[in-house]
Design a protein around this ligand. Structure first.
Ligand SMILES: [Mn+2]
Length: 248
């Protein structure tokens, strides 16, 4: 008798998911992992801005670093943290107290604080020297964009968008600002055959919804997933294989 045993893949194929802008909301992040039932063989792309505003960004960052199937991206908030945190630990030297240098650093830190960096600094301060170094190592290792295929569709994943877009431009040729600080226009369609999944701009910007009613915004192949979870919206997650949405 020919008994065919189904492989695990056939019973429950591995899934790819994307989430963004968790902003220190550790409990929502953990609840999301539970709701999507993230398996070791699944992949979760976290499209940046894990830190700042909410209280537990570094806790999220360190948790992600322990999970090889979660791919963390650089957002503008991680970029600010990566720029400013090493300065805050530095001894004063002739060079870093040179007035222009000092003013530049102070302005950068001020900009970060005004954008919610205070919670990350407070959290960083409570960490052991070893954990601080772990945080800096994780921040340095973040990816800026990824491309993947799921459910017969092709995806480009990035924190904010593709500023200065032109059709033939390689993803490697974009400036960092264009990838972590830009904002796609509502009807913008980048590629004829690829979906662009991004965070950074809360979806009420596109839909006009109240923050508490925010949902993932999809128009053609543009998929905005930041539902503003730190400002009272849900944490939204999209399964790239099924385009199914999950909210916490
Ligand atoms: Mn952002």
């Amino acid at each position: 008798m020919d008994i065919r045993i189904k492989t695990r893949q056939e019973v429950h194929p591995d899934m790819q998911y994307a989430v963004s802008d968790i902003h220190g909301c550790y409990d929502k992040y953990i609840e999301l992992l539970r709701r999507i039932n993230l398996k070791d063989s699944d992949t979760l792309y976290v499209l940046g801005d894990m830190v700042d505003r909410g209280p537990d960004g570094l806790k999220i960052l360190l948790d992600i670093s322990m999970r090889p199937n979660i791919i963390p991206f650089l957002g503008n908030h991680e970029y600010a943290a990566l720029t400013c945190l090493p300065w805050l630990m530095e001894e004063l030297t002739d060079e870093n107290t040179e007035p222009d240098q000092l003013l530049w650093r102070l302005k950068s830190v001020q900009g970060w604080m005004a954008d919610g960096g205070d919670t990350t600094v407070a959290e960083f301060r409570r960490l052991s020297p070893e954990a601080r170094q772990d945080v800096l190592d994780v921040l340095e290792d973040l990816t800026v964009y990824e491309e993947t295929e799921a459910g017969g569709r092709e995806f480009v994943l990035v924190h904010a968008g593709l500023g200065g877009f032109s059709p033939g431009k390689a993803l490697d040729d974009y400036q960092l600002d264009e990838l972590i600080l830009s904002r796609p226009e509502p009807g913008q369609d980048y590629f004829p055959d690829k979906y662009l999944v991004f965070g950074h701009t809360p979806t009420p910007f596109y839909t006009g919804a109240r923050t508490e009613d925010a949902r993932i915004y999809r128009r053609d192949r543009l998929v905005a997933i930041d539902c503003g979870c730190v400002s009272g919206g849900p944490l939204g997650c999209i399964c790239l294989d099924t385009m199914e949405e999950t909210y916490v």
